[in-house]
Design a protein around this ligand. Sequence first.
Ligand SMILES: Nc1nc2c(ncn2[C@@H]2O[C@H](COP(=O)(O)O[C@H]3[C@@H](O)[C@H](n4cnc5c(=O)[nH]c(N)nc54)O[C@@H]3COP(=O)(O)O)[C@@H](O)[C@H]2O)c(=O)[nH]1
Length: 666
Amino acid sequence: MSIKHFMIINLLTILVILYAIFADYYQEQKSHTAEVILGSLKDDMSEISYLLSKQIVDKKMVRTTRSLLDRAVSNNDFIKAIMILDDQKVLLTTDPRYRKVPDKKNVFLDPDLSAENILLDHVGFEGTIRFYKGKDLQKLTLVFLFDHQEAAAFLNQNSLKFLLYFGLLPGLIILVMWLLMIRYIIKPLERLRQYAYYQSETPSVFNLKELEYIRSSMAQTFSRLDSEQKELFNLARTDSLSGLANRHALNENLKCLIADAARKNYEFAYLFLDLDNFKAVNDALGHNVGDELLQQVAGVISEVLRTNDFVARVGGDEFVIVLHDYESLSEISNILERIQSRLNVPWIIQGHPIKITSSIGIALYPKDAQDMIGLMKSSDIAMYEAKKRGRNQHYFYTEELNVTVQKNIALDKAMRQALEDHEYHLYYQPKVNLLNGDIIGLEALIRWFSPTKGMIMPDQFIPLAEENGFILELGKWVLQEAFRQQKIWQQQGMDLHVSVNVATKQLLDNQFESLLEHLVKETGVDPNKIHLEITEYLFMDQNDKNLNLMKRLRSKGFSISLDDFGTGYSSLSYLKTFPISELKIDKAFVRDYNTPDGAVFLETIVKMGQTLKLQVIAEGVETEAQARYLKKIGCECYQGYLCSKPLPVKELDTFYLKHKSCMLED
Ligand SMILES: Nc1nc2c(ncn2[C@@H]2O[C@H](COP(=O)(O)O[C@H]3[C@@H](O)[C@H](n4cnc5c(=O)[nH]c(N)nc54)O[C@@H]3COP(=O)(O)O)[C@@H](O)[C@H]2O)c(=O)[nH]1
């Protein structure tokens, strides 16, 4: 039951009780009035009886009393007529209309009957006139006939007043009480209920103390809950480390932005920023330093951006910036250049000097993607392109880039499957001694035989394998296969070393050394018969770790051959420091042997090799003229189509048995 209904029932009960009390009181008043009237009639009766008793000495004199009786009737509104009866005979009546002797029981004053009943229901009442005629006591009956109409009118004359005072008043009181209750209890309670349920506007102060206590406690509780909720809301949307928005907040923001941009038809830019080499900072200097660096980076980004731009940290060293309200794409570029140049300064974090750069991918809504996932993907693709292009730059997503990425994804999948399906084979290309034409070694070169696409050359998949790390798995297979083959040839009496291309990622892998040990054990190959062809990129970071690794590999018998020499890192200091056995001059220089610059380069390398006691081998030798020139300048070895293209094992066996050497014609 509601409070309202409860109140109504209570008020109605009070009203009914009040009415019952008042009705009882009214009835009592009426009876009392009737008693007073009847009393006065009785008094009149006594008085008139007395006067008549005195006046009458003979029944015949009754008529003489007429004036007295008329006066009595006119003096009393409740008497309609007065009759004097002698037994059953009417001697006198004040109103000739009433000549009939009234029934005895209708004029008898029954003490059990109420005055009101007598006045209203009886015809009248009687009294006795006693007088002496001589010595004889004579009796006559005096009858007062009631004027019922008058009596009823008199008795009821107060009922209107009563109704006004006692009938309407409680009603009014109850109404006022009801209105007060509505105003001070029911409405405040309803407002409290609404407040509790919908947490609508805080109700203003209530007049009733208890309700006010409830209201103010609720207001305090809600305000506390509100601030806690706000705090939780912010916590759930804030990255605790940087204080920037987190991924959750980014998603919410993007959802609104996409909806708004779709409705109002405007463009915005979704930028994905990734720090370059942040992992190295974390690994080398610890997470404390990494965390502080991230905080500083967050500060720089926020400083450069305008207040209505949005920035979130969405991963370890990954930030997302959402820009809108820009005039042109070059405005975006300007902002990003500002961020990148502000980041690309020497930082001192906890006493450590740190250099950090960033790569940023940009996707535009709606051109590049129309939804959140699409924007993330596109900006991610663009960011990787920025990294691929040398880091510390930003790159706008293009559909062509996407096509390349999709191709690479498919290639990546196929490349991995190909290893399981044994679609890779090693070809071998002879390395030749220029002085005597002897084949001194072989370079293992991978080929992929796809059942659908035929032979796929390594430069179509090795770069991707190096990029996505698959080179570790594939390189392991190459090493295993080359070691196994060298051992077979060795057992067959072909005393040739085998050169294996080793990607920088493979070399830097912590498991590389143990992998070599394991493969040596597994295949039984002599490490002295293995050349590991590495590129100059390894020497970009000439740290002790790399140097020690090279030294350990060398001490185990492996030879280190420097591939594509001249195309990469320009500092030559590593040639002295690192235990390198062989320099392979890139085929681009061999091709240019007959140009002044090419010749100078080749001669310089050969001389330098001689000075440093390194074996120098020229790659890509296709003509006798090239070979003769190389021989003339003192280059010891060459590799190239002049002797043979890379061949599969069987063909190479045949070739080797047939030629054994690639002697230059005199
Ligand atoms: N990490 C690994 N890299 C590998 C592996 N196998 C090959 N590769 C690298 O792929 C690049 C392309 O190799 P490929 O297509 O096999 O080309 C080699 C030779 O075929 C080519 N060559 C040899 N002689 C000539 C010539 O006279 N003319 C001419 N135009 N090309 C010639 O040169 C490539 C050998 O290069 P290099 O390794 O630098 O000695 C290449 O970079 C390979 O390194 C692998 O298993 N792992």
